[in-house]
Design a protein around this ligand. Structure first.
Ligand code: ATP
Length: 357
């Protein structure tokens, strides 16, 4: 039995089906990330779990306790769930210290020390504890909201884009610090994020949502390497989609014969590779002669963007194409480390590593 179990959860706002049959199992102490396009129902789902709203239909069970069953059963304040909303939602008239201490019991042992410790953990200076929320930046307010939710010692933590107001460097270090803190405290967590890398690195389970339902739920690795469909593939990173024919555990594609897990024979399918699976080596037109088994392309675009660069390659040949027309029609867009990137017009040799999906 999982710690949190959602079964066939539905929620309508007038004619809009914000949630259209959500099933989800969350293990105790785990971290789940929910990703999906804007408006797909992520925040609505968190609001239902928190108890701010009731489902029209479906069950929400936390640690064996039925929180909702086609309507709210347990009110929000009795659920023991910590929530960090998108905007932080701090109490404007209270100091930062009082905001953080809000959920603690009044006579809790070492109350002040614990407030200072929590502020330190989320990277807030002790000096700002006397201030009011409006005297803080957006990123600082988000960190106060995190500390406040943590102070409650919740049995479940819901985080709705909690790092969105932070800049890239701070975002990564905060994410790591918060993940460690939650891990140490053994708090089961659900994170909603727009950031695919954040979802894949933060969570042990990732759920991709579309139109009020989960398209796929699995480990970060499963979803990244074996997405169920094109939407999941493209949502979690750059994807190279190629036409192919599959037989005997291999796909014939414009990039040659590539191993696949499927042993079924299938014509006219699409396979997917991640860009990092396509390796490039600089060569010249002369280097192409007398090597019919090798795969060559010409660089048609090369965009420098610091550590990673985007390169477009037009295939010049293909040792094993599904049909001749596919050669040259298959534009390949690859992201490569920025040092020593080939320039437009250069000839490159391509090799594929690993399996396609
Ligand atoms: P975002 O990533 O943009 O925050 P989301 O995935 O969190 O989006 P929700 O906020 O859950 O999406 O909204 C899901 C759908 O329900 C949207 O179509 C939204 O317009 C609608 N919706 C949400 N709340 C309400 C409400 N209180 N009244 C009417 N419609 C609502």
């Amino acid at each position: 039995m999982s710690f949190l179990e959602l079964t066939d959860v539905h929620k309508h706002y007038g004619p809009v089906a914000a949630l259209a049959g959500v099933d989800l199992s969350v293990a105790s102490g785990s971290r789940t990330a929910i990703v999906g396009p804007s408006g797909c129902g992520k925040t609505t789902l968190l609001r239902l779990i928190a108890g701010f709203e009731a489902p029209d239909q479906g069950r929400i069970v936390l640690d064996g306790e039925v929180l909702a069953n086609g309507g709210a059963a347990v009110p929000a304040y009795r659920r023991g769930i910590g929530v960090v909303a998108q905007d932080g939602a701090l109490f404007p008239h209270l100091s930062i210290a009082a905001n953080i201490g809000f959920g603690m019991r009044h006579h809790e042992d070492k109350r002040t020390e614990r407030i200072v410790e929590l502020a330190y953990i989320v990277g807030l200076d002790k000096a700002i504890l006397k201030r009011r929320p409006h005297e803080l930046s957006g990123g600082q307010q988000q960190r106060v909201a995190l500390a406040r939710a943590m102070a409650m010692k919740p049995r479940l933590m819901l985080l709705d884009e909690p790092f969105s107001a932070l800049d890239t460097g701070l975002r990564a270090s905060m994410r790591k610090a918060v993940a460690e803190l939650l891990e140490t405290a053994g708090i089961t967590t659900i994170l909603v994020t727009h950031d695919q890398a954040e979802a894949l690195s933060f969570a042990s389970q990732v759920a991709v949502m579309r139109d009020g339902k989960f398209s796929q739920v699995g480990t970060p690795r499963e979803l990244y390497l074996k997405p169920k469909d094109r939407m999941v593939a493209e949502f979690l990173g750059d994807a190279i989609i190629l036409p192919a024919r599959i037989a005997d555990g291999f796909a014939s594609s414009p990039l040659g014969r590539i191993a696949v897990d499927s042993t079924e024979r299938r014509d006219l399918v699409r396979i997917m590779l991640r860009p990092e699976q396509v390796l490039l080596k600089r060569t010249s037109r002369e280097g192409m002669s007398g090597t019919p088994d090798m795969l060559f392309g010409e660089v048609t675009e090369s965009e420098f963007a610091g550590s990673m660069c985007t390169i477009a390659v037009r295939l010049l040949n293909s040792p094993d194409p599904p049909d001749a027309a596919a050669i040259g029609n298959t534009p390949l867009v690859l992201r490569k480390p920025g040092m020593d990137t080939p320039v437009v017009g250069e000839i490159v040799r391509l090799t594929v590593s690993g399996k396609a999906h």
